[in-house]
Design a protein around this ligand. Sequence first.
Ligand SMILES: [Zn+2]
Length: 454
Amino acid sequence: MSLKKIFSTKLVLLVLLLLVAVIAVPVSATDTPLFSIPGKTTVVFPNDGVSMFRSVDYGPLDIPEGLLVSSMSDDISSQSSNADEASYTLVTFDDVIPVRSNSISIPITLYGIDYTIFLEKMNFDPLNDGIDSYQGSIPGIDNSVVIITVGDDNIFYGSIQLPDDYIEIYPVQDRDHSLRTTQLLHVIYSQKDVVYNETSDVSFCGVDSTIDGIGLNFHNDDVISSLSNDLGEYDWAYINVLVVTDTEFYSMVPNWKVSAQQYMAQANYYFQRPDIKVVLSVIDYDDSKMSDISNHPSVKTQPWGSVSSVYLNNALSARNVDICLYLGGYDVAQDDYLGYAMTRHAWAQMKARSWGWFSPYDGSAPSRHCIIIHELGHMLRASHDYAYSWDVQDGSFWGYSTKYSVMTEGFRGSNHLCEFSSSNPSYHGDAFHDNAKYIRLAKHNVSRYRNSVL
Ligand SMILES: [Zn+2]
């Protein structure tokens, strides 16, 4: 038998096997999303083949590329034939929290199991702006964390952290199309279903925070060292944050303030840990200067320079602000960074990194949480050098995966976690990888930047 013949016979067998495999795939219950709020969630996609998509112009949908890849389709409008393979669900929500009490309970269905979750309003948001964030856990699931943010017009954000899973819910329409409906489309997915290109290393951050560099040229300690400091490292520090944006991010999401608040809720969850004890109080979500930022000549090359030029230090102090976080809507690909922090200003890229073969930085909510918390960490003296990594046994090919703490340089996709390294045995790290300690030592000084006129 010729080599060609063997090859072609094998090929035919392979094709037959694949066909059998396709036919044998059971039809999954695609109209049951992995998360829902009974009575308040309507599934739009996947559906039973009667596509609602064709009658409604939803506009471009901000669904992570790695999810579309795992769904084997990049065209959701023609999905009815392979909707059973979709790894995400698109839904609308209806009035999830009608009365925004400080303590609430809502029924949810998670992976087919009903729970009632109890949530408390978070404490970092003094604004009376119709946007509220809540934190809680799922009864009976140890180490589960639920963080949600609700706005007007049925905007809902949810992050559900489980011991070995991470579920995200957020709106996927842009501002222009969202203004035409009160039934915003939201995506629901598990991070397990996102395909990352792990061979592609994405530079994360432009801060050169080598051990020697800390304190020498990064933080303006001269300004603050003269101020009295009668608070200890385990006393709470309240840092006033101004969150700002440009015209691009403003247009990219239905309501950028609700997005920003969910990200700040995530950041507060990690900064309010007992070994850190920082509250990041949001003074305002300010888009009054978004055109100034977008029109600044360095917005696409050095966006951190744009925000520090538009929001000068003395103007921040005049508003009682310590630090300013800029959520950037441009892909600053040429500089290889996704974030940068200076003394009182930081920039974090919200847009997916466009180059490469589905880059690990997909602009999804989890990746945004990561870069935001990383840059806020720098402003409080956390450093790449004290980041930590550890192995977790799992069902993967290698039997384990390596997890990375948030200050790791180089973005690691779903293995890049939001937590800070710590020598506290409740967390991951050791005496030599203890960014929590550096934050504790810096936090009271940062909370006094507002008194500085420089
Ligand atoms: Zn960094």
